[in-house]
Design a protein around this ligand. Sequence first.
Ligand code: TA6
Length: 303
Amino acid sequence: MGTIPTIEELDRRFAIAGIAHAVAGNGGLPKVRITTPEAEAEMYLHGAQVTSWKPTGEEEVIFLSKHSHWQDGNAIRGGIPICFPWFRAKADDANAPAHGFVRTKAWQLDSVTQTARVVTVSMSTKSDEGTKRWLPADFSLVHRVTFGDELKLELAVTNTGTTSLRFEEALHTYHRVGHIEAVRLRGLDGVSYLDNAESNRQKTQRGDVLMTKKTDNAYLNTQLALEVLDPELHRRIRIAKENSFTTVVWNPWGEGAKSLPDLGDDEWRQMACAEPSNVLGFAVDLAPGRQHTMSATIRVEDL
Ligand code: TA6
Protein backbone atom coordinates (compact mmCIF):
# COMPACT_ATOMS: atom_id res chain seq x y z
CA MET A 1 0.00 0.00 0.00
CA GLY A 2 1.66 3.23 -1.16
CA THR A 3 1.81 6.22 1.18
CA ILE A 4 -1.08 8.66 0.79
CA PRO A 5 0.30 11.90 -0.73
CA THR A 6 -0.19 15.16 1.18
CA ILE A 7 -2.29 17.91 -0.39
CA GLU A 8 0.93 19.87 -0.99
CA GLU A 9 2.43 16.90 -2.87
CA LEU A 10 -0.77 16.51 -4.90
CA ASP A 11 -0.71 20.18 -5.84
CA ARG A 12 2.97 20.00 -6.75
CA ARG A 13 2.33 17.03 -9.04
CA PHE A 14 -0.98 17.96 -10.64
CA ALA A 15 -1.58 21.72 -10.44
CA ILE A 16 -2.18 23.78 -13.60
CA ALA A 17 -1.34 27.30 -12.46
CA GLY A 18 -4.46 29.44 -12.10
CA ILE A 19 -6.65 26.67 -13.59
CA ALA A 20 -6.59 23.57 -11.37
CA HIS A 21 -5.23 23.12 -7.87
CA ALA A 22 -5.30 20.44 -5.16
CA VAL A 23 -6.53 22.10 -1.97
CA ALA A 24 -7.98 21.15 1.41
CA GLY A 25 -11.78 20.94 1.20
CA ASN A 26 -14.41 20.37 3.85
CA GLY A 27 -13.20 18.25 6.75
CA GLY A 28 -9.66 18.75 5.40
CA LEU A 29 -10.42 16.25 2.63
CA PRO A 30 -8.36 16.86 -0.52
CA LYS A 31 -10.18 18.15 -3.59
CA VAL A 32 -9.29 19.45 -7.03
CA ARG A 33 -10.62 22.99 -7.52
CA ILE A 34 -11.03 24.07 -11.16
CA THR A 35 -11.36 27.66 -12.38
CA THR A 36 -11.54 28.21 -16.15
CA PRO A 37 -13.27 30.73 -18.45
CA GLU A 38 -15.91 28.04 -19.10
CA ALA A 39 -16.73 26.91 -15.55
CA GLU A 40 -15.78 26.57 -11.90
CA ALA A 41 -15.92 23.13 -10.35
CA GLU A 42 -14.72 20.87 -7.53
CA MET A 43 -14.04 17.15 -7.29
CA TYR A 44 -13.02 15.41 -4.06
CA LEU A 45 -10.67 12.44 -3.97
CA HIS A 46 -13.18 11.07 -1.42
CA GLY A 47 -15.41 8.90 -3.58
CA ALA A 48 -13.97 10.64 -6.70
CA GLN A 49 -17.01 12.82 -6.11
CA VAL A 50 -17.88 15.93 -8.08
CA THR A 51 -19.42 18.39 -5.58
CA SER A 52 -19.71 21.53 -7.70
CA TRP A 53 -20.05 22.52 -11.35
CA LYS A 54 -20.96 26.12 -12.20
CA PRO A 55 -20.76 26.97 -15.91
CA THR A 56 -19.88 30.63 -16.45
CA GLY A 57 -23.05 32.73 -16.46
CA GLU A 58 -25.09 29.99 -14.77
CA GLU A 59 -25.98 29.31 -11.14
CA GLU A 60 -24.52 26.22 -9.45
CA VAL A 61 -25.89 23.05 -11.09
CA ILE A 62 -24.97 20.52 -8.38
CA PHE A 63 -26.75 20.32 -5.02
CA LEU A 64 -24.61 19.89 -1.90
CA SER A 65 -26.08 19.60 1.59
CA LYS A 66 -24.89 22.14 4.16
CA HIS A 67 -25.13 19.31 6.70
CA SER A 68 -23.01 16.74 4.89
CA HIS A 69 -20.45 14.71 6.85
CA TRP A 70 -16.90 14.96 5.55
CA GLN A 71 -14.96 11.95 6.75
CA ASP A 72 -13.60 8.58 5.71
CA GLY A 73 -16.32 5.97 5.89
CA ASN A 74 -19.18 8.43 5.31
CA ALA A 75 -20.77 9.42 2.00
CA ILE A 76 -20.89 13.10 1.03
CA ARG A 77 -24.57 14.17 0.89
CA GLY A 78 -25.05 15.70 -2.53
CA GLY A 79 -22.74 16.08 -5.50
CA ILE A 80 -22.41 13.02 -7.72
CA PRO A 81 -21.84 9.92 -5.54
CA ILE A 82 -20.65 6.81 -7.38
CA CYS A 83 -22.69 3.74 -6.46
CA PHE A 84 -20.72 0.50 -7.06
CA PRO A 85 -20.80 -2.56 -7.00
CA TRP A 86 -24.40 -2.60 -5.71
CA PHE A 87 -27.25 -0.09 -5.58
CA ARG A 88 -29.25 0.67 -2.41
CA ALA A 89 -28.92 -2.17 0.15
CA LYS A 90 -26.76 -5.21 -0.65
CA ALA A 91 -29.24 -7.98 -1.38
CA ASP A 92 -27.53 -10.63 0.79
CA ASP A 93 -26.07 -8.50 3.58
CA ALA A 94 -28.06 -5.91 5.55
CA ASN A 95 -24.83 -4.78 7.24
CA ALA A 96 -23.18 -3.77 3.96
CA PRO A 97 -22.91 -0.02 3.20
CA ALA A 98 -25.78 1.32 1.06
CA HIS A 99 -24.78 1.93 -2.58
CA GLY A 100 -21.55 -0.06 -2.26
CA PHE A 101 -18.16 0.84 -0.88
CA VAL A 102 -16.42 3.21 -3.33
CA ARG A 103 -18.19 6.47 -2.43
CA THR A 104 -16.97 6.40 1.20
CA LYS A 105 -13.22 6.19 0.66
CA ALA A 106 -10.38 8.15 -0.94
CA TRP A 107 -9.56 7.42 -4.58
CA GLN A 108 -6.17 8.01 -6.20
CA LEU A 109 -5.68 11.18 -8.27
CA ASP A 110 -4.07 10.06 -11.54
CA SER A 111 -4.13 13.10 -13.84
CA VAL A 112 -5.33 16.66 -14.35
CA THR A 113 -5.07 17.82 -17.96
CA GLN A 114 -6.20 20.87 -19.92
CA THR A 115 -7.05 20.78 -23.61
CA ALA A 116 -8.44 23.87 -25.34
CA ARG A 117 -11.09 25.20 -22.95
CA VAL A 118 -11.74 22.11 -20.79
CA VAL A 119 -10.03 20.42 -17.84
CA THR A 120 -10.16 16.63 -17.38
CA VAL A 121 -9.57 15.04 -13.98
CA SER A 122 -9.01 11.29 -13.69
CA MET A 123 -9.21 9.32 -10.43
CA SER A 124 -9.05 5.58 -9.81
CA THR A 125 -9.61 2.91 -7.21
CA LYS A 126 -9.33 -0.88 -7.22
CA SER A 127 -10.19 -4.01 -5.28
CA ASP A 128 -8.20 -4.77 -2.13
CA GLU A 129 -8.48 -6.94 0.98
CA GLY A 130 -11.08 -4.50 2.36
CA THR A 131 -13.37 -4.71 -0.65
CA LYS A 132 -13.01 -8.48 -0.83
CA ARG A 133 -14.74 -8.75 2.54
CA TRP A 134 -17.87 -7.55 0.73
CA LEU A 135 -17.19 -8.76 -2.82
CA PRO A 136 -14.66 -11.55 -3.63
CA ALA A 137 -13.62 -10.06 -6.98
CA ASP A 138 -10.76 -8.19 -8.65
CA PHE A 139 -11.64 -4.92 -10.38
CA SER A 140 -10.38 -1.43 -11.08
CA LEU A 141 -12.44 1.75 -11.55
CA VAL A 142 -11.56 4.98 -13.28
CA HIS A 143 -13.74 8.06 -12.95
CA ARG A 144 -12.77 10.56 -15.65
CA VAL A 145 -14.58 13.93 -15.53
CA THR A 146 -14.30 16.69 -18.12
CA PHE A 147 -15.23 20.15 -16.89
CA GLY A 148 -16.22 22.85 -19.41
CA ASP A 149 -19.49 24.42 -20.51
CA GLU A 150 -20.63 20.79 -20.41
CA LEU A 151 -19.87 18.26 -17.67
CA LYS A 152 -18.86 14.82 -18.94
CA LEU A 153 -18.61 11.91 -16.49
CA GLU A 154 -17.11 8.55 -17.55
CA LEU A 155 -17.07 5.58 -15.18
CA ALA A 156 -14.87 2.78 -16.53
CA VAL A 157 -14.99 -0.60 -14.73
CA THR A 158 -12.34 -3.22 -15.62
CA ASN A 159 -12.63 -6.85 -14.56
CA THR A 160 -9.05 -7.65 -13.55
CA GLY A 161 -10.03 -11.06 -12.22
CA THR A 162 -10.37 -14.50 -13.78
CA THR A 163 -14.12 -14.93 -13.34
CA SER A 164 -17.14 -12.93 -14.53
CA LEU A 165 -17.89 -9.78 -12.50
CA ARG A 166 -21.55 -8.78 -11.96
CA PHE A 167 -22.14 -5.26 -10.66
CA GLU A 168 -24.65 -2.44 -10.41
CA GLU A 169 -23.51 1.16 -10.91
CA ALA A 170 -25.01 4.64 -10.69
CA LEU A 171 -23.90 8.24 -11.08
CA HIS A 172 -26.21 9.36 -8.25
CA THR A 173 -26.41 12.98 -9.38
CA TYR A 174 -27.99 15.60 -7.10
CA HIS A 175 -29.14 18.53 -9.23
CA ARG A 176 -29.77 21.90 -7.59
CA VAL A 177 -33.25 23.25 -8.41
CA GLY A 178 -35.26 26.32 -7.41
CA HIS A 179 -38.15 24.42 -5.88
CA ILE A 180 -38.79 20.72 -6.48
CA GLU A 181 -42.58 21.14 -6.70
CA ALA A 182 -42.16 23.38 -9.76
CA VAL A 183 -39.74 21.01 -11.52
CA ARG A 184 -40.66 18.63 -14.38
CA LEU A 185 -38.46 15.80 -15.64
CA ARG A 186 -38.95 15.18 -19.37
CA GLY A 187 -37.80 12.18 -21.42
CA LEU A 188 -39.33 9.20 -19.64
CA ASP A 189 -42.85 9.23 -21.14
CA GLY A 190 -44.06 5.66 -21.70
CA VAL A 191 -41.10 4.11 -19.83
CA SER A 192 -41.74 1.33 -17.30
CA TYR A 193 -40.48 1.94 -13.78
CA LEU A 194 -40.37 0.39 -10.33
CA ASP A 195 -41.81 2.67 -7.67
CA ASN A 196 -39.65 2.11 -4.57
CA ALA A 197 -41.98 4.32 -2.57
CA GLU A 198 -44.68 1.70 -3.20
CA SER A 199 -42.78 -1.56 -2.65
CA ASN A 200 -41.25 -1.42 -6.13
CA ARG A 201 -44.63 -1.75 -7.86
CA GLN A 202 -44.16 -1.70 -11.66
CA LYS A 203 -45.81 1.28 -13.39
CA THR A 204 -45.60 3.16 -16.68
CA GLN A 205 -44.65 6.84 -16.82
CA ARG A 206 -47.30 9.10 -18.32
CA GLY A 207 -45.83 12.36 -19.64
CA ASP A 208 -43.36 14.40 -17.59
CA VAL A 209 -42.30 13.32 -14.09
CA LEU A 210 -43.78 15.73 -11.55
CA MET A 211 -42.83 15.40 -7.89
CA THR A 212 -45.47 16.17 -5.28
CA LYS A 213 -44.44 13.57 -2.68
CA LYS A 214 -41.55 11.23 -1.87
CA THR A 215 -40.39 9.93 -5.25
CA ASP A 216 -38.02 7.00 -5.75
CA ASN A 217 -38.47 5.60 -9.27
CA ALA A 218 -36.13 3.29 -11.17
CA TYR A 219 -36.90 3.67 -14.91
CA LEU A 220 -36.04 0.51 -16.81
CA ASN A 221 -34.55 -0.26 -20.22
CA THR A 222 -34.15 3.37 -21.20
CA GLN A 223 -31.15 5.00 -22.85
CA LEU A 224 -33.02 8.24 -23.39
CA ALA A 225 -31.70 11.67 -22.49
CA LEU A 226 -33.49 13.38 -19.62
CA GLU A 227 -34.26 17.08 -19.06
CA VAL A 228 -34.80 18.69 -15.67
CA LEU A 229 -37.06 21.68 -16.41
CA ASP A 230 -36.71 24.32 -13.69
CA PRO A 231 -38.94 27.40 -14.12
CA GLU A 232 -37.64 29.02 -10.92
CA LEU A 233 -34.02 29.03 -12.07
CA HIS A 234 -35.21 29.59 -15.67
CA ARG A 235 -33.16 26.67 -17.02
CA ARG A 236 -33.24 23.15 -18.27
CA ILE A 237 -30.53 20.68 -17.28
CA ARG A 238 -30.08 18.15 -20.08
CA ILE A 239 -28.55 14.76 -19.18
CA ALA A 240 -27.52 12.53 -22.10
CA LYS A 241 -26.05 9.12 -21.30
CA GLU A 242 -24.24 6.18 -22.95
CA ASN A 243 -24.12 2.53 -21.91
CA SER A 244 -26.74 3.18 -19.23
CA PHE A 245 -30.04 1.28 -19.33
CA THR A 246 -31.73 2.62 -16.21
CA THR A 247 -32.42 6.09 -14.81
CA VAL A 248 -33.29 6.60 -11.14
CA VAL A 249 -35.27 9.65 -10.02
CA TRP A 250 -35.37 10.50 -6.31
CA ASN A 251 -36.46 13.10 -3.83
CA PRO A 252 -37.03 12.07 -0.18
CA TRP A 253 -39.62 14.84 0.41
CA GLY A 254 -40.07 16.32 3.86
CA GLU A 255 -40.93 13.05 5.58
CA GLY A 256 -37.94 11.20 4.14
CA ALA A 257 -35.55 14.10 4.77
CA LYS A 258 -36.24 13.86 8.52
CA SER A 259 -34.50 10.44 8.55
CA LEU A 260 -31.37 11.87 6.87
CA PRO A 261 -29.19 13.59 9.52
CA ASP A 262 -26.92 14.98 6.77
CA LEU A 263 -29.76 16.73 4.92
CA GLY A 264 -31.31 19.89 6.35
CA ASP A 265 -35.07 19.78 7.07
CA ASP A 266 -35.86 22.06 4.13
CA GLU A 267 -32.95 21.28 1.77
CA TRP A 268 -34.95 18.59 -0.03
CA ARG A 269 -36.87 21.41 -1.76
CA GLN A 270 -33.74 22.47 -3.66
CA MET A 271 -32.64 19.06 -4.97
CA ALA A 272 -33.63 16.57 -7.65
CA CYS A 273 -31.71 13.33 -8.19
CA ALA A 274 -31.55 12.06 -11.80
CA GLU A 275 -29.20 9.08 -11.93
CA PRO A 276 -27.74 7.48 -15.08
CA SER A 277 -27.25 3.88 -13.95
CA ASN A 278 -27.30 0.14 -14.57
CA VAL A 279 -29.21 -1.27 -11.60
CA LEU A 280 -31.75 -3.93 -10.55
CA GLY A 281 -32.38 -6.25 -13.51
CA PHE A 282 -29.93 -4.24 -15.63
CA ALA A 283 -26.78 -5.02 -13.64
CA VAL A 284 -23.66 -5.50 -15.82
CA ASP A 285 -22.00 -8.89 -16.33
CA LEU A 286 -18.36 -8.26 -17.25
CA ALA A 287 -16.11 -11.04 -18.56
CA PRO A 288 -12.53 -11.35 -17.24
CA GLY A 289 -10.21 -8.76 -18.75
CA ARG A 290 -13.07 -6.68 -20.24
CA GLN A 291 -13.92 -3.06 -19.56
CA HIS A 292 -17.35 -1.34 -19.38
CA THR A 293 -17.72 2.45 -19.50
CA MET A 294 -20.95 4.23 -18.60
CA SER A 295 -21.00 7.96 -19.34
CA ALA A 296 -23.21 10.99 -18.86
CA THR A 297 -22.98 14.44 -20.40
CA ILE A 298 -24.74 17.31 -18.65
CA ARG A 299 -25.40 20.75 -20.10
CA VAL A 300 -27.51 23.71 -19.04
CA GLU A 301 -29.80 25.65 -21.40
CA ASP A 302 -32.15 28.57 -20.85
CA LEU A 303 -35.76 27.61 -20.26
O1 TA6 B 1 -31.24 6.71 -5.67
C1 TA6 B 1 -32.34 6.72 -4.81
C2 TA6 B 1 -31.97 5.97 -3.56
O2 TA6 B 1 -31.66 4.63 -3.84
C3 TA6 B 1 -33.11 6.08 -2.56
O3 TA6 B 1 -33.72 4.83 -2.39
C4 TA6 B 1 -32.43 6.61 -1.30
O4 TA6 B 1 -31.98 5.53 -0.51
C5 TA6 B 1 -31.28 7.41 -1.91
O5 TA6 B 1 -30.80 6.56 -2.95
C6 TA6 B 1 -30.22 7.91 -0.97
O6 TA6 B 1 -29.41 6.89 -0.54
P1 TA6 B 1 -28.23 7.27 0.53
O7 TA6 B 1 -27.62 5.97 0.90
O8 TA6 B 1 -27.29 8.18 -0.19
O9 TA6 B 1 -28.94 8.00 1.64
